[in-house]
Write a protein that binds this ligand. Structure first.
Ligand code: ADP
Length: 316
């Protein structure tokens, strides 16, 4: 990290306000109507509210000199008082800013003012696969093929760069106006050295792999597991290990207990089975998965109509 981004790189000065209370994360941050990136001399107009996550509130930010619109991830400095909070955000930005792929949300700049740290991101206007899933429930196999193939392509790119995302889930698979999938939120991402197995994960991934639950050491294969859960959820409208309680879900993950509905095509069933292999080294790499028979065994749309966010598309 370079020195000028001092909210993320310097220790909190002693005259900072007292540590943020838990409820601070739910409170809307103070976001000025006009936001100035002094370093680049860009003024943004704050636009509509896009959503909020664990740390951040997101607004449209409009570059006032050319009307370019970005998604602005805004983190109040009150959320960055503890050193580990700064470290975590610095790590997220450091990993994310180096990425350039058509299926990964582009991170443009980050800067700060008196109140907040700002990250400008590629705007994904059509929300995420989570909203699509909630609205549509099960999607058709061609749609699942279209979305999942893009995710696998992006994951292959990340893994080539020795990056694990570690929290692939429908809500982190954003959609732009052309309904292209863009992987976002690198809050749990990490880089991995040759043959390294990560021992800890600071956070709770949605589609948690058995080796993470068992603390066996984990690596790239956790993303492959998550892709299995994503494909399953898209096709069958609920996650593979869903149960009444989190404890029971974790038990089922550890026992690899899930059922593939009988209406599944054999190719989709076979792909899900290898993605959800209980032992990490039995799961294929992203590079192998892009060529799986599932992606060649039926219609693969090159694009989808926006109407498929709410309705079953008619193909052909
Ligand atoms: P956090 O890291 O705090 O969890 P997220 O990255 O999940 O924050 O972002 C919070 C919310 O902001 C998302 O759920 C989504 O509604 C919105 N959002 C995030 N990134 C984008 C984007 N690139 N384009 C449009 N909306 C976004």
């Amino acid at each position: 990290m370079i020195q000028r981004h001092n909210a993320l790189t310097q220790r909190a000065p002693t005259n900072m306000p007292p540590p943020a209370q838990k409820r601070d994360k739910d409170r809307a941050p103070t976001v000025p109507d006009k936001i100035l990136d002094t370093e680049r001399n860009i003024t943004y107009q704050r636009g509509r509210f896009l959503g909020k996550g664990g740390f951040a509130h997101c607004y449209e930010l409009i570059n006032m000199s050319n009307n370019q619109v970005f998604a602005g991830k805004i983190v109040p400095k009150t959320m960055l008082i503890k050193q580990y909070q700064r470290d975590k955000m610095a790590q997220e930005v450091q990993i994310h800013r180096a990425l350039s792929h058509s299926n990964v949300v582009k991170l443009f700049h980050f800067f700060e003012d008196k109140y907040n740290v700002y990250i400008t991101l590629e705007l994904c206007n059509r929300r995420s696969l989570l909203e699509l899933h909630k609205r549509r429930k099960a999607v058709t196999e061609p749609e699942a093929r279209y979305f999942t193939h893009q995710v696998v392509t992006a994951v292959d790119y990340l893994h080539d760069l020795k990056i694990i995302h570690r929290d692939l889930k429908l809500g982190n698979l954003f959609l732009n106006d052309a309904l292209q999938v863009k992987i976002g939120d690198f809050g749990l991402a990490t880089t991995i050295e040759d043959d390294e197995r990560k021992k800890t994960l600071c956070g709770t991934p949605n589609y948690i792999a058995p080796e993470v639950l068992n603390k066996d050491g984990h690596s790239f294969e956790v993303d492959i597991w998550a892709i299995g859960c994503i494909l399953y959820t898209l096709l069958f409208a609920h996650p593979p290990f869903e149960s009444k309680s989190l404890q029971q879900t974790y038990d089922r993950i550890k026992k690899n207990q899930y059922i593939i509905p009988s209406n599944s095509s054999p190719q989709a069933a076979r792909l899900i089975r290898v993605l959800l292999a209980p032992t990490p080294n039995q799961r294929p790499t992203a590079k192998i998965i892009v060529r799986h028979e599932f992606f060649k065994s039926g219609y693969m749309p090159t694009r989808l109509p926006v109407s498929c966010l709410t309705m079953v598309p008619k193909f052909g």
